[in-house]
Every structure is written in C-alpha cells, then in structure tokens.
Design a protein around this ligand. Structure first.
Ligand SMILES: *Cc1c(COP(=O)(O)O)cnc(C)c1O
Length: 393
C-alpha cells in the first residue's frame, strides 16, 4: 500500500498527533449535534435545554415575520444568488438592506458581505498594505487578526482598552508607516465590555489613523439597537463600522458601513466581496425584516441587557455593559466541568477556552436573549453562584 493514503499516511499522523496534544490540554473541541428551537430552547441527544450559548440575542432567528420574509424570498428568487454580486448576484434586495444598515449606523453607505468573517478579512487588507501599521486590540475577534495578517504590514496588538498603551505604540511606530488602522471590537465578544470609543477616536485623530469598529455584538443589543457607537453621548462613530447579521439580527451575513467613497472602493478591492458569491436572497430578506423589528421594538431590544443586569445582581458579578457576561473559571478542565454541571441541570452554557480567550482565563460565557424567562435566569444565577463559591473554596 502506498504511504500517501490511509490511516498511516504522514498527513493522518500529523493530524492525529495534533489532536492528541489538544486532548491532553483539554483544548480539543467537538461538534455537539444541537437542534435550536424557538424561545431560547435547544435539544441535544433528545434532552431539552435552555441555551445561554447563542448570540441570537433577540430570538429573531425564529421570529415569524423574519421566517416569512426568508420563505417568500426563496420562493420568488430561489435559494442562491448565483454568482458574485459584481457578476450577476446583486439582487435588488441588497439595496434595501444596505440602506437600512446605513440609516441605523448613521453613515452614507453600506456594503453587505457573505459573513462578518469575510467582511474583516476583505476590508482590512483592502485598506492597508506592507508599508502600513495595523493596531489591533489584544482581545479583538480572530477574524480581525486574520485580516490584519493579510495586509503583510506591521501588526501590533495593544493592551485591551488601554488607550495609553495604544498611544505609546503610535508614538514609536506611526512615523515609519504610511497609513495606519486601529481596529477593535465595539463590544468584546468574550468579555461583554465596550471599547472606549471617544478616547480611541481622539487618539486616532491625533495620529492620523483610521478607526474601525467591529460591532458584531452591538447591533440590536445596545445604543437603542444601533450598536456601540450609540452607547455614548454624543455618539462616537468610527470611520468604519462593520458587523454581522448573524447575531442579534438572527440570520447570516456581514456588513461594512462607511462613506459612499469608502464603500465604492471596497466594492472594487475587498477580495472577499469581489470573489465570493453574494449572500442568499433568503438571508438578505430575513436580515431586512429583522432590522425593521430592531428599529421599532424598543422593549425587545432592551430586554437582553436587562436580563444580564438581573443575573449579575443575583450572582454578585459586576454590572454588565452588554448581554454577554463572562464567568471566569481559570483552568480549561474546571471550565469544562462547570459547563457539564450546568448542562446536567438543563442549561447550555459553553465553556470558552484558549485560543479564543487568553490562557488561564477559561470561562463560562453567558449570553442573554430576549427569549429567556426571568425564572430561568434566576435558576441559572443560583447554579452559577454555587460554581463561583466552589471555585474559591
Ligand atoms: C462573530 C463575530 C465575527 C464573525 O461574524 P460572522 O458573521 O459569524 O462570520 C466577527 N467579529 C466578531 C467580534 C464576532 O463576534
């Protein structure tokens, strides 16, 4: 038998070795078949759970109007868009969605991408190259770092939300670079904290840098549903506000909001836009219907953060800024065990481990949704309180 195929190949040996290494460090991840259901429920291996591990903060993935919009679009236009939007895939539904997003973010224009990941990996290298400086918050999402690496420029990670550290890097490195980007999450996905946007704006302006915020977890949840820029008074807008349609908006897709000129440039130069198929008409129509709900149902938009506040009061955790509450456990194995105990009680709260979060800060990430009931939040708080007491004993 040739050595190039089968279980003994060097390729398989490489992968098996890596997997065994991950297993030993409690870092191996596995897919768990989970059927998500309306109102925050999920079913795994036939058992029912309440899920606190979804980013569907408003439950819009199951909203009847959103589903109806998707079904109508599929019946009318089919399930796929057929090509890149620059070729034949630019359905008129896109214009409606992009106008809504631009209005929500207060920008001239918007460009919808296939996903948030695709937006960042297309946007960042379109704007910066090998002679440029890209400063990225150390807790920013993985796809921002991927986008930054694709520039082949100088990439520096500054300390989380530390404007002094950021400015020190700028003082040292800005002069040597032609252009400079500062990129951060608006709401940090694993911590739930907000970036200090007014201070970042001021530093960016002092050093002639362009500020990009990734508001994946902000739209629909804070700032009256308009996202992190609008959580400040007055609002603090980055030069570019990107985000995703796959969290509070409930469906799938990504977007970039900016001036008309910036968006027109990206339509030409963001490779993940030019060379990737347009989003399905179903996803476009669903997002559009979901945004209508976000912009009109104030109570719905405020509910996830209010539930997070209630949970933090009950557990003695600090006041949250978003519907994401980290319960830091520390070691990977302990976080997995805590997650298993919660699952045994009927609550899905996934353990988040490195490299998603820094080593030694493995955690339970609790994500609140408008679909959750007060009594489930109370019950979860009781269980988490017990976990926290246990870990200190
Ligand atoms: C989820 C997420 C993304 C990726 O968005 P997708 O649409 O899921 O690809 C990007 N940035 C942040 C901060 C995220 O949390």
């Amino acid at each position: 038998m040739s050595n190039r195929q089968g279980p003994q190949s060097s390729l398989d040996r490489f992968c098996a070795g890596k997997l065994a290494d991950m297993e030993a460090r409690f870092l191996r991840r596995t897919l768990q078949e989970t059927e998500r259901q309306p109102i925050g429920k999920a079913s795994r291996n036939g058992s029912p759970y309440i899920s606190f591990s979804c980013n569907d903060y408003l439950g819009l993935s199951h909203h009847p109007k959103v589903i109806e919009a998707a079904v109508d679009a599929a019946k009318k236009y089919g399930v796929g868009s057929g090509a890149s939007r620059l070729v034949t895939g630019n359905h008129p539904l896109f214009r409606d969605l992009e106008q809504k997003l631009a209005a929500i973010k207060g920008t001239e224009d918007c460009l919808v991408f296939g996903s948030g990941y695709l937006a960042n990996t297309g946007l960042i290298p379109a704007l910066a190259g090998s002679r440029d400086l890209v400063l990225v918050d150390e807790l920013a999402h993985a796809c921002i770092n991927t986008g930054a690496q694709l520039t082949r420029g100088t990439v520096v990670r500054f300390r989380n939300n530390d404007v002094t550290d950021l400015e020190a890097h700028l003082c040292r490195q800005r002069e040597k670079a032609e252009k400079c980007l500062i990129v951060t999450d608006g709401v940090f996905s694993m911590d739930g904290t907000l970036a200090p946007l007014p201070e970042l704006r001021a530093v960016a302006d002092r050093h002639d840098a362009w500020l990009i915020t990734d508001d994946a977890h902000g739209i629909g949840t804070i700032g009256g549903g308009r996202g992190s820029a609008f959580a400040f008074d007055p609002p603090s807008k980055a030069d570019i506000q990107m985000g995703t349609l796959s969290k509070a908006v409930g469906g799938y897709g990504g977007y970039v909001c900016a001036t008309r000129t910036v968006c027109e440039f990206l339509r030409n130069r963001a490779r993940s836009f030019v060379f990737s198929t347009g989003l399905s008409p179903m996803a476009v129509a669903a997002a559009s219907a979901a945004l209508d709900i976000i912009m009109t149902d104030r109570d719905l938009v405020e509910r996830p953060l209010n539930l997070a506040r209630m949970f933090c009061r009950l557990t003695g955790l600090p006041e949250p800024c978003s519907p994401i509450v980290p319960v830091i456990i520390g070691e990977n194995e302990a976080a997995l065990q805590a997650s298993e105990r919660l699952a045994a009680a009927g609550y899905l709260v996934t353990a988040i481990r490195p490299p998603t979060v820094p080593v030694g800060t493995a955690r339970l990430r609790v994500a609140f949704s408008a679909s959750h009931l007060e009594r489930d939040v109370e019950m979860l708080a009781r269980l988490v309180h017990r976990e926290l007491k246990g870990s200190c004993a």
